[in-house]
Design a protein around this ligand. Structure first.
Ligand code: COA
Length: 386
């Protein structure tokens, strides 16, 4: 029995900052951001956008593509939660008007809970093949102004429908994991911005590639050659190169040509340079990029690596299904990215500085473009969505 992705839809904010403008404003050589990190643009959410609106927008398009299947399990993965108690899954369930007979949960482990949620959903559907599960991964990557992390912000969501008739990718839930309690990136409850030891984080990421791969290979009996393409979690686009070189060293393939490396990882790298980091959604943004830019990958096995600081990482894989080209949402995604409005650096800083009141007073958010759903405001400590 094959279980996997039946639909994959993305969303991002309708506003974007050009990293060349940010570099000039910060007195940095633009090549550092554009060539060194591999980033051109980053999506910036307006104050009436949050992970619920991003996630619900993506999910609406995933469900519409399948003519609104009954969803039994809704897992919302995020590290930008809007509430300490109520799951973003329940907010999204309400906005999408899903039936009440649905198990709704929010899951967290930095950037890797999207992959973790997907692996759980695969086993749920394997145990109950008539069921369909919806996994939403949505995040707003936010670092301090003028910190090294500032050019690696972004915002995005991926909605994945998991079923026993996967039209896009059949996935194997036998993953290799690497979990280890480290302090490379974290966000205490009282902070809006993450704290990060960036250089250390890169080191742990690369260690996790090696370790998760070893367990995956042992568990599945697969070798490097069994995989034609690779998608990685992308805090910034050049991370894919670093991660893939680590895997090549680990598997004794250091000698591969640049063209071959590009063939293996290039397909997954079209969206991240213009969206930026989307944390839990990042790996699936890369997978969508691969499926929507490569026309002939049917039957190929794709290696998928997710890293979440703190840390937990997973390596798993799937096989692209025949006819997948008919079901990707390439045109909608291209139109969404193309239509975004470019912000000046001061407009970006104004979005960044906007905060919702925390004293329970009524507040109506100023209206911006946010797609099908928006955060209308707060009343008596309750979030209200349109
Ligand atoms: N032209 C071209 N490239 C340049 C450059 C220039 N003028 N100046 C610097 N670079 C290159 C550097 O050589 C480096 O590339 P390399 O790693 O291949 O050598 C890259 O640009 C980044 O420069 P660096 O000095 O390492 O940047 P930084 O110290 O400001 O921080 C991060 C980079 C990624 C650590 C930082 O952005 C960060 O902390 N990000 C958030 C956390 C994160 O992304 N974690 C990753 C794991 S999830």
């Amino acid at each position: 029995m094959q279980i996997g992705l039946d639909a994959l839809a993305l969303d991002t904010s309708r506003y974007v900052l050009n990293l060349r403008d940010l570099a000039r404003a910060r007195g940095v050589d633009p090549n550092k951001y554009c060539k060194g990190l591999g980033q051109e643009l980053m999506s910036i959410p307006p104050p009436d956008e949050d992970v619920v609106t991003l996630g619900a927008n993506a999910a609406w398009h995933a469900l519409e593509a399948l003519d609104w299947p009954a969803i039994e399990l809704l897992i919302f993965a995020t590290e930008s939660a809007v509430d300490q108690s109520k799951a973003a899954a329940v907010y999204a369930h309400g906005l999408l008007d899903l039936p009440p007979d649905c198990l709704c949960l929010e899951v967290k482990q930095a950037c890797s809970s999207g992959a973790g949620g997907l692996l759980l959903a695969l086993d749920y559907v394997r145990a109950k093949p008539t069921a369909k599960a919806l996994v939403i991964a949505a995040d707003i990557a936010r670092y301090g102004l003028r910190t090294p992390g500032e050019p690696t912000q972004g915002a995005g969501a991926a909605a994945l429908v998991v079923s026993a008739q996967p039209r896009l990718v059949a996935l194997d839930s036998r993953a290799g994991f690497h979990s280890e309690c480290v302090m490379d990136f974290w966000r205490p409850n009282y902070r809006d911005e993450a704290l990060v030891d960036g250089k250390y984080s890169l080191k742990v990421y690369l260690k996790a590639v090696q370790s998760a791969w070893q367990r995956y290979a042992a568990r599945t009996g697969r070798g490097f050659e069994d995989h034609a393409r690779f998608c990685y979690h992308l805090p910034f686009t050049r991370m894919a190169e670093k991660a893939h070189q680590q895997l090549l060293r680990e598997t004794g393939h250091e000698g591969l040509s640049a063209a071959e490396v590009q063939r293996q990882i290039g397909g997954g790298l079209h969206y991240n340079p213009v969206i930026g980091n989307s944390y839990t959604a990042s790996l699936f943004v890369a997978l969508a990029s691969l499926l929507e830019h490569e026309q002939a990958v049917s039957g190929e096995r794709v290696g998928l690596f997710s890293y979440g600081s703190g840390c937990m990482a997973a390596f798993f894989s799937g096989v692209v299904q025949p006819g997948y080209q008919r079901y990707v949402q390439a045109q909608r995604h291209a139109a969404l990215l193309e239509s975004r409005q470019e912000l000046t650096v001061s407009a970006y800083e104004a979005f960044y500085a906007a905060h919702l009141p925390v004293d329970g007073r009524t507040y109506h958010c100023p209206r911006h473009e946010t797609g099908l759903f928006r955060l209308a405001g707060i009343e008596q400590h309750q979030r209200h969505y349109d």
